[in-house]
Write a protein that binds this ligand. Sequence first.
Ligand code: TXA
Ligand code: MG
Length: 355
Amino acid sequence: MQTIYWNLQADNETEILKAAGCLLRQGEVVAFPTETVYGLGADGLNGTAVAKIFAAKGRPVDNPLILHIARVEDILPLTSGLTANARALMQSFWPGPLTLIVAKSDLIPDEVSAGLDTVGVRMPSHPIAARLIKETGRPIAAPSANISGKPSPTDASAVWDDMQGKIAGVIDGGSCGIGVESTVVDTTSAVPMILRPGGITREMLEEVLGAVEIDPALEGKGDFKPKAPGMKYRHYAPQAAMYLFEGEAISNMLPIVTATAAQGIKTGVLCSEKIAVHIPETENILVSSWGQDIESLAEKLYSLLRGFDKQNVQMIFAEGVSEDGLGLAVMNRLRKAAGYQIVTVVNGSLCSKSG
Ligand code: TXA
Ligand code: MG
């Protein structure tokens, strides 16, 4: 399939969004930017169109999709009923990076909900996403626009790498600002539960809801089955083996990086500026620094991981961060990318465990 690449500019936006909306209404798949990551969109009420998303991504069919809407009231036909908590969250955080799991209505195709009796709905704040949904006139089903298992794309060239030849079009609307996916919250239980940490932080949710739980499976301890089916897969993963250094272990990264590179292994280091200044770049050591703050780590995380792949890095060592605020989402992605291979200090000595 010939994939159209639309380079969006102020003077061609209307024309491009009309063309893309038209393809979506015809049942085709189009990738578009959101404030979190790029989405792979199809008409969310058309099961045949939605099936094309699964084919393009190579996504397991038991992993449901979320529906994207452009006006708050557009959730009403998609659900059989909203809890008071769902309404409070919609009011506080929509449009924005928050997906609400709600009881689904009969309108939802099985392909979207993957056999569950709930559906995820989100109203993105990105102006291009909002305009595209309005132009299409339907809820748009959209997972992240990566091949299943790879890091999500945060710019159109990463989408192109994964989706060229597989979908009808890619809208290039620049880089995504937040960089990690939306927070997924189950609003159907008495106490709402975070199924995937993301752009809206646990602290922000607690301010509105009082209490919020976190799916225990997110700890990666093995025995629990995640309530969001997508969270059980190795995900956000680069090709290289990856180790995540947490807490005190971070100060031991440098000798391990040097020793690994000395064996002829192409080694990538993902770290803050503070650590980066101590690591010498050599032929076998590639240092990717995200800078200083958690927002810039979130924004750059996936493109830095993809960058290591492009440079054929074989082993990645990453610096862990505090789990406050956006740190919870970032650490969740880092742990999954590392396949839960975590380096910590136990009783004063270095310890590597895998989930
Ligand atoms: O930021 C985002 O949410 C991006 C952009 C494109 O909007 N989309 C995204 O979609 O990340 P996806 O499919 O990659 O991740 C959706 C997550 C998956 O882990 C999926 O299993 C979970 O939400 N999910 C979807 N519907 C669900 C449901 N009814 N119950 C529980 N989990 C659900
Ligand atoms: Mg995804």
